[in-house]
Design a protein around this ligand. Structure first.
Ligand SMILES: [Zn+2]
Ligand SMILES: [Zn+2]
Length: 229
């Protein structure tokens, strides 16, 4: 990619985040053209470049449709995130807890979901200062090095449950292997700094070694997180 193409790609990336943050919805290519003053013929290749670089996820069947620009999503994956004036689909448990960290216009947000095992409703007010209280646990099915094999599936299976008992019941009912279980405080610390800088110019995604260092710092250990135990 030459410098001009790289600059346009970054402009489109920032416009995607600005649109999601402001509206809760994914921008169309025309929305992005309007936000960046680029012609559609420049916006589409930039979206493809961002998809190839895992900065966002395009729909396989409709390349004009953005499914996710983490932590934002345009498809329901089990979570809603409600601000004072805006409603977002939280991607997964991790993404839903990360959204308030990126929205400095919101003091906190209401994250709501249902337990995948027993359908009990759960909601937390999530802000930037401290984890929300609660005895619920997060279960992540897919080890981090496999997330991008099918990122929508991985996000759809990073959920919050009533308890460890509900995780076990869900694993039994769905025939899945146990992934990783953490408490709400650990989930909040994981989400807190993970996407730092993502809505600002010049962001680059963490490489595996800085990701591993971040996981260890927030108390996540073992091969699930790409770390030797
Ligand atoms: Zn439950
Ligand atoms: Zn996610």
């Amino acid at each position: 990619m030459n410098d001009d193409a790289a600059a346009r790609t970054e402009q489109v990336r920032l416009a995607v985040y600005a649109h999601f943050a402001a509206t809760g919805a994914a921008p169309s290519p025309s929305d992005l053209a309007a936000r960046t003053d680029l012609p559609l013929g420049r916006v589409r290749p930039a979206l493809e470049a961002l998809h190839a670089h895992r900065d966002l996820v395009l729909d396989a069947a409709d390349r004009d449709r953005i499914l996710m620009a983490h932590p934002f999503a345009s498809v329901p994956l089990g979570f809603s995130v409600m601000g004072a004036r805006t409603l977002w689909w939280g991607g997964c448990a991790w993404d839903s807890f990360a959204i308030p960290q990126l929205l400095h216009g919101e003091r906190d947000v209401l994250v709501a979901t249902r337990c995948p095992a027993c359908d009990a409703p759960h909601a937390w007010v999530v802000g930037r200062d401290a984890p929300p209280p609660g005895e619920q646990v997060a279960h992540f099915l897919t080890p981090v090095h496999r997330i991008w094999d099918d990122v929508v599936h991985a996000c759809a299976n990073q959920r919050l449950f009533c308890s460890g008992g509900c995780v076990e019941a869900w694993l039994g009912a769905t025939g899945r292997q146990r992934g990783y279980v953490m408490d709400l405080g650990t989930l909040w610390r994981l989400a807190r700094g993970w996407y730092a800088g993502r809505t600002e110019p010049g962001y680059s995604r963490r490489d595996p070694s800085s990701a591993a260092a971040y996981f260890a710092e927030v108390g996540l250990h073992g091969p699930f997180w790409g770390l030797a135990d």
